[in-house]
Design a protein around this ligand. Structure first.
Ligand code: ATP
Length: 298
């Protein structure tokens, strides 16, 4: 008996960052959009907790208990007074350390898969509770679609999306650590007044209407200067994508993946080809949003 769950990557169309809180976290207004790049998590009974991973970036994925999928299984097992004797296999397609919430996706996927395997009868709010404990982006990976995340990003309000958006993602050579990007944000903003992070009304309207041009006009990422400061090579790829006709280009989450919004599927294909030819990034792929959240596929 095994259970497989499919989980999407995400892009942030708005990432508004407030000042550091007493606990070191930042208050966020984070507009998440799930994209159709997926990891698949398969769980099956085993003598003890074991993780394996396949896919292009597999070598960068930790196979010990620091893996978010392992932490999710352990958290669920502990709540239900059982042992996490399970083999978790991650078929990885989401870039690792790319700002697309790959680890969070695996956490949400493992949680849903173990819930089904063990039949714990956990309610949705209980699963969301565990997600919030695991990390800021894990709840969104479970929910998918589009959502506004506040607090550390984990308090979610589901958003309406009135159409499909076409993306081109440029993966960089190497990764960026999310905590390092936040530290750079703090350094760059040292002494500056940082306003309360709020979601842009116009941006939410653009999402609700499925209006790519209006979404592009309002898309923003407050972490972008920090990511560019730590990874200056990204500037060339950003310019190349915009010159190729993208409506906008921005760092995805904490980077270093870059997200370019296209008018339609044909445009996305053209931009992807130009970016590939520019040789300014490791790889390029197109994707569509919104995508559903974690879902059992077998
Ligand atoms: P986010 O967008 O949520 O900030 P990210 O996409 O930038 O995250 P991840 O792919 O989640 O980054 O990986 C960040 C780090 O987390 C990795 O370098 C790795 O050490 C660790 N990690 C833990 N579990 C996983 C997992 N299941 N998959 C990938 N990385 C994991």
């Amino acid at each position: 008996m095994s259970v497989t769950v499919r989980v999407p990557a995400k892009v942030n169309v708005q990432l508004a960052v407030g000042g550091a809180r007493a606990d070191g976290f930042h208050e966020l207004a984070n507009v998440f959009l799930a994209v159709d790049i997926f990891d698949e998590i398969t769980v099956s009974p085993a003598d003890e907790l074991r993780i394996s991973c396949s896919g292009q970036d597999a070598a960068q994925v930790p196979l010990d208990r620091t893996n978010l999928a392992a932490r999710a299984a352990l958290a669920l097992a502990e709540r239900h007074g059982r042992s996490a004797d399970v083999h978790i296999h991650i078929a990885k397609d989401i870039p690792v350390a790319g700002g697309m919430a790959g680890g969070s996706a695996d956490g949400a996927g493992a949680l849903l898969a173990c819930e089904a395997l063990w039949n714990t009868g956990s309610s949705r709010p209980e699963l969301l509770d565990i997600c919030a404990e695991l990390g800021s982006d894990v709840s969104f990976s479970l929910v998918g679609g589009a959502a506004l995340g506040t607090g550390r990003g984990e308090k979610l309000t589901v958003l309406e999306v009135g159409g499909r958006f076409h993306w081109v993602f440029a993966m960089a050579e190497g990764g960026l650590s999310t905590p390092a990007v936040f530290r750079e944000f703090d350094r760059l903003n040292d002494g500056a007044h940082i306003p309360e992070p709020v979601a842009s009304r116009e941006l939410l309207d653009a999402l609700a209407k499925g209006d790519a041009e209006a979404l592009a006009a309002k898309a923003s990422n407050d972490l972008q200067p920090a990511a560019l400061s730590l990874f200056p090579e990204l500037a060339r790829t950003l310019s190349a994508g915009k010159a190729a006709g993208a409506l906008t280009g921005l760092v995805s989450g904490s980077g270093p993946t870059l997200a370019f919004l296209a008018r339609d599927a044909d445009d996305a294909e053209r931009i992807a080809q130009t970016l590939t030819a520019s040789r300014s990034c490791r790889s390029v792929r197109t994707a569509v949003s919104p995508a559903p959240g974690a879902i059992r596929i077998s």
